[in-house]
Ligand binder design. Structure first.
Ligand code: SF4
Length: 715
């Protein structure tokens, strides 16, 4: 490649919710490198270890390059053409729909998809097929944060931005390890602390993570006790006169009930429940109360809980009670795990949502979406959420499943049950860029999708910022863009289920046309982006929502500081305090399963490792699946670091290498979520986790399961 043939294409990193801008270096035929986009406001040119090795993941031999089909379970799949693949998919889905009804089919999709892909999947299921059975792996990621925002602030609109890290005086990081999971956001936090050493950083996490290690105060609470900690902080704020009574009176509802609830939750009471010092709880509350600007940052540690919604609501209550919201450096900020979980929420790509942050349960919202799409109605019956969907499949009620860009046979809890469900499903389609996922063996039809570097569309990152992602190269082999596959399927399916309007509903020739329709559906909503277009994003770079028609880039700062006027998108304009309910954890440790296992991410791996697992240098940090244990627990069991151990829960078992860790206290254990089929016995952490979920968000408690550990006697 000569310097003249070197080209750069603007895209975003397809890993985490920070949404860093990347410049893909290529020669028109091959991706040769990647560098951070210095103009992107999420990262200003920086990339972490995962982002900076993206070009090394572009390996053709790992890709699914043409459709493969089998007629009978257990047979080897054979290569087929796209026409046959789409025809068979449409026939098999139509047969199920016509015989068993539309609720016998389901889509299980992904926060890795671009917004345009998400939009057409959603429209196909809810507007053409006539079911709401479309859910996503984002259910495992941020659905509790969505529910918490809606219950308290009235809309799923995280009000903060990354620039707030540099403006806050107190940052409370709760159930998150951005040093590993959101590294470039963490760099910005480190920069803020370096520039203003008086800024207080509080980290709440059962483990002493790299994030906790840099905190001014680390509250190593026992798993599942989050609500009691935040309620006790509110107790202190009340007792010490740090509640902003004027803000509470003018802009909120329900404070008296929460005040009565937390009256008895003193620091001493919470200290007992949470396993931390009462004085440390007082210190955290004082730092929050005395700081001119205070913000919280949370992620899966709060969300993946049987009371994930109320974890978030209890944290948000601290912002509302002190009036520290809608101001620079203040507010509750949930990070999304995935690169486009936020975009999926915007198009309503979940079983309980509709386009433009509308609610399926709201008849007016259903009527609005039906009118916008030009269909008679959107079905009223709630769709099946992730765990419910696989339960229904296990029971034989879902007979055809379409999986796109995700790997449920690795990532859902109670893996044995999930794999049984997949094996029982009459017809499974897997649309993916990679062929060697744990889900692939269950697929009757594999459809090759284009991937990072080959796709155009938009993504929205954790700070509500929409980026236009460009395509550097054509799709590999016969792979096609995800939105194109969905539209081709819709056109083939429609006439077979008596819907001759499929061509009118799916007329798109480009992702830009889909984006324009999506933007129009948001008009007048809290996330109004009717003023955005690909052309504007190209001319002015990524933009935060809202961006209504007539808005300008110049007025962004004032427009995107949500709730600055103290008005919230509820019926009366007031935010709500929520009195929390719920048990500590679904499972309690006992004599048989005495260790409390949490799960989480490693710095250099991503999800089920379909990309990062292909890059040798990303194993330098941690090179195999392992269980981290406190040295005391290892000594009690006669286990030494490096030995193989058998880890059992009530649902399954897995063999892992033991590693002593001083990051966790006795009685706890940690297993990274990434490994699956590549562990010693082809099972990862989710062989052990359980499917119990939050009643509002339906997000499962992936952060806690009780286990026993013993030396492995291998055959
Ligand atoms: Fe990619 Fe996240 Fe790293 Fe940014 S911080 S480069 S988005 S993995």
């Amino acid at each position: 490649m000569t310097p003249e043939t070197k080209m750069e294409t603007k895209a975003t990193c397809p890993y985490c919710g920070v949404g860093c801008g990347v410049l893909i270096e290529h020669d028109g035929a091959r991706i040769t490198g990647v560098r951070g986009d210095p103009e992107h406001p999420a990262n200003f040119g920086r990339l972490c270890t995962k982002g900076s090795t993206l070009h090394l993941t572009a390996r053709p031999e790992t890709r699914l390059q043409f459709p493969e089909l089998r007629d009978t379970k257990g047979e080897a799949r054979r290569r087929v053409g796209w026409d046959e693949a789409i025809d068979v998919a449409a026939r098999r889905f139509a047969d199920v729909i016509n015989e068993h009804g539309p609720d016998a089919v389901a889509f299980y999709i992904s926060g890795q998809l671009l917004t345009e892909d998400y939009y057409v999947f959603n429209k196909l299921m809810k507007g053409l097929i006539g079911s709401n059975n479309v859910d996503t792996n984002s259910r495992l990621c941020m659905s509790s944060a969505v529910a918490a925002y809606k219950q308290t602030l009235g809309a799923d609109a995280p009000p903060c931005s990354y620039e707030d890290f540099a403006l806050t005086d107190c940052l409370l990081i709760a159930g998150a390890n951005p040093a590993y999971a959101h590294p470039i956001a963490f760099r910005r936090i480190e920069d803020a602390k370096a520039a203003r050493p008086d800024m207080k950083i509080i980290v709440v996490d059962p483990r002493r993570t790299d994030t906790a290690a840099m905190a001014d105060l680390h509250l190593a609470i026992l798993p599942g006790t989050d609500i009691w900690l935040y309620n006790a902080m509110l107790n202190v704020l009340l007792w010490e006169g740090q509640v902003d009574q004027a803000f509470v009176r003018a802009h909120t509802e329900g404070f008296d009930a929460l005040r009565d609830h937390v009256r008895e939750i003193t620091p001493a009471v919470a200290a007992e429940i949470c396993g931390v010092k009462a004085d440390d709880i007082r210190t955290a509350a004082r730092w929050w109360g005395e700081a001119p600007a205070a913000m919280s940052l949370w992620c899966q540690g709060l969300n993946q809980s049987v009371h994930g919604t109320h974890n978030g609501a209890a944290l948000i209550a601290l912002s509302l009670a002190t009036g520290k919201i809608g101001k620079p450096g203040s507010g509750p900020f949930s990070m999304t795990g995935q690169p486009n979980a936020m975009g999926g929420r915007e198009v309503g790509g979940m079983a309980n949502l509709l386009s433009g942050h509308r609610d399926l349960a709201n008849p007016e919202h259903r009527a609005e979406v039906a009118r916008l799409w030009g269909v008679d109605s959107v079905p009223e019956k709630p769709g099946l959420t992730a765990i419910e969907l696989f339960d229904a499949m296990h029971e034989g009620r879902i007979k055809a499943l379409w999986v796109a860009c995700t790997n449920p046979a690795q990532s859902l809890p109670e893996q044995e049950r999930v794999r049984e469900a997949l094996a029982r499903c009459d017809f499974v389609v897997m649309q993916d860029a990679y062929r060697s996922t744990e889900t692939a063996p269950f697929a009757d039809l594999l459809l090759p999708a284009s991937t990072w570097g080959e796709k155009e569309g938009t993504v929205t990152n954790s700070e509500r910022r929409i980026s236009h992602v460009h395509r550097a190269l054509p799709p590999l082999g016969e792979a096609r863009a995800d939105w194109r596959i969905v539209c081709d399927f819709a056109l083939a399916l429609g006439p077979r289920i008596g819907r001759n309007d499929a061509a009118r509903l799916f007329p798109y020739a480009s992702p830009e046309e889909i984006f324009a329709e999506h933007a129009a559906t948001t008009r007048g909503r809290d996330l109004d982006i009717a003023g955005l277009s690909y052309a504007l994003l190209d001319a002015h770079g990524p933009q935060q929502w809202p961006f209504p028609e007539g808005a300008t880039v110049a007025d962004a700062t004032a427009r995107t500081r949500l709730y600055a006027d103290g008005r919230f998108p509820t019926a009366d304009g007031r935010a709500r305090f929520v009195v929390p309910t719920g048990r500590l954890t679904a499972e309690r440790a006992d004599a048989r399963f005495p260790l409390r296992m949490t799960t989480g991410r490693l710095r250099d791996q991503w999800h089920g490792m379909s990309r990062t697992g292909k890059v040798a240098r990303l194993y330098n940090h941690v090179d195999e699946a392992r269980i981290e244990l406190n040295a005391d627990d290892m000594a009690t069991r006669g286990i030494r670091s490096g030995e193989l151990v058998r880890v059992k829960s009530r649902r399954g078992e897995v063999v892992l290498r033991a590693a002593a860790s001083d990051e966790i206290r006795s009685g706890q254990a940690f297993v990274a979520m990434h490994w699956g089929a590549n562990t010693l016995n082809s099972a990862g952490a989710n062989a052990l986790t359980l499917r119990e979920f939050d009643p509002y968000s339906k997000q499962p408690e992936l952060k806690h399961a009780t286990v026993q550990v013993e030396k492995a006697e291998l055959p």
